[in-house]
Ligand binder design. Sequence first.
Ligand SMILES: Cc1cc2nc3c(=O)[nH]c(=O)nc-3n(C[C@H](O)[C@H](O)[C@H](O)COP(=O)(O)OP(=O)(O)OC[C@H]3O[C@@H](n4cnc5c(N)ncnc54)[C@H](O)[C@@H]3O)c2cc1C
Length: 256
Amino acid sequence: MEGERAPQQDDTGVDVQLSDGQSLRAEYLVGCDGGRSLVRKAAGIELPGWDPTISSLIAEVGMAEEPELEIRHDAIGVHALGKVEYEIHDGEVVYKDGGPGRVMVTEQHVGHTGEPTLRDLSEALIVVYGTDYGVHSATWISRFTDMTRQAAAYRHRRVLLAGDAAHVHAPDGGQGLNTGVQDAVNLGWKLAQVVKRTSPESLLDTYHAERHSVAARVLRNTMAAVALRRPDERTKPCATPWPSSSRWTSRANDSP
Ligand SMILES: Cc1cc2nc3c(=O)[nH]c(=O)nc-3n(C[C@H](O)[C@H](O)[C@H](O)COP(=O)(O)OP(=O)(O)OC[C@H]3O[C@@H](n4cnc5c(N)ncnc54)[C@H](O)[C@@H]3O)c2cc1C
């Protein structure tokens, strides 16, 4: 779809302009176009929620040096160095020699705009590790945050939203894709029924009613997960499992 020519809906359908100059008209349009959804914006659907507090880069890159492959927690956040190719032996990850590295590094500051670059990655690595390990030849670099927002409505007349277009949150727990697929499962058969005139159009309103509350719970859950991985001394014990000999019980017994 063309950014300048956002989808337009009227009483009988939706017009969409494609980047190759073609135009399409359909009875309904489902915006599955990710967190920055043009479809959502064109439909005037608000995305209320919370701004990011953490920003991370994730990338597949060549490295001139051989870093220690590890997960590190520090005052900035969580960072991880690994390899693209690995095998699992007896529950242990065994990285293959050579080949591109996979890097996840939390940035010192949030609020970057624009596409992430190799230079951004290099700078973030230097802040955390004191070196960028000679990163080069990135296959891809992506930035993600803990921005947590949800579309106020999953339907506006003939436009519907699914997936990240409807809900964005931190990746903790790996729930984003699953939630989006389940949106599509909920919506797909309803749209088919309505388009075939087997069911009334009001069936589409049950999509928001059923799926908005599910993603709202996912958003709360991921915000809690992010809060629990904050590196300050007061939060750390909350994220650490209690040992089996429960100190909690004995302390409770000690209390007056
Ligand atoms: C580090 C990380 C780890 C994750 N791990 C997991 C996990 O383990 N499990 C899980 O369930 N989820 C996980 N997620 C979340 C998951 O990746 C997303 O929720 C999912 O990819 C969203 O899918 P989507 O199709 O809704 O949106 P997207 O993947 O963003 O796809 C949107 C598509 O629309 C296209 N598009 C956008 N605008 C236009 C336009 N104007 N015209 C034409 N095309 C357009 C884009 O090019 C893109 O192809 C993770 C996310 C991150 C950042």
